[in-house]
Design a protein around this ligand. Sequence first.
Ligand code: DC
Length: 227
Amino acid sequence: MAQTMTQVHNSIPVITLDGPGGVGKGTISALLAAELNWHYLDSGALYRLTGLACVQNGIALDSSEEVALHAENLAVKFLPLGGILLDEQEVEALIRTEMAGNNASKVAAIPQVRDALFKRQKAFLQLPGLIADGRDMGTTIFPDALLKVFLTASAAERAKRRYKQLIEKGNNVKLADLIVEIQERDERDMNRSASPLKAAKDAHIIDTSDLTIDEVFQKVMLLYKNL
Ligand code: DC
């Protein structure tokens, strides 16, 4: 018997990786996507792009209707070999700054923005499978995911990792400032009413504080192989 579109979609495997900023979701997700040869949704990038589009167009980040309109109409292309185009301009470096992360966290608290990005995120669900990285992948966007992982690490540990990355890239930052920024972002992401950052009931929680990237990757692969 022919399958309906919903049945086809439900049969596409998804692994969700949720957790706070700086926990290593992006790195682990990219490794998983490469290992399994699956698609990759970097949902945080969509919120970062929304923030950037608003800043570039002089839209205040708290004007819900206008920000949602920009989210709805994002002209974005994720290039297969890396790089992100917004209105045909390369913006990857622009959206990876601390400021862009904070702006993303602000626009992400607006329910209309989350609604506007819902379908766009669902559209990443393609065969042979999807690694979905974000805050609400397992709770809201892909509640039927095959495997849900929630990564944690203390704010101090995440700030230390971020500090190392930024210093290596030649940025002049203070560890104490990063800890405060990370705590503020956690606070906003966890306490908003629309799809707050939290582990799904059926998520496997992995504390990465004392683990290397490879150890986290191996743990997730083991969970997948043991399904
Ligand atoms: O993962 P990231 O640092 O790129 O995310 C940037 C911000 O976007 C994060 O602080 C909160 C928001 N975000 C969200 O609310 N929901 C997601 N699924 C992904 C990111």
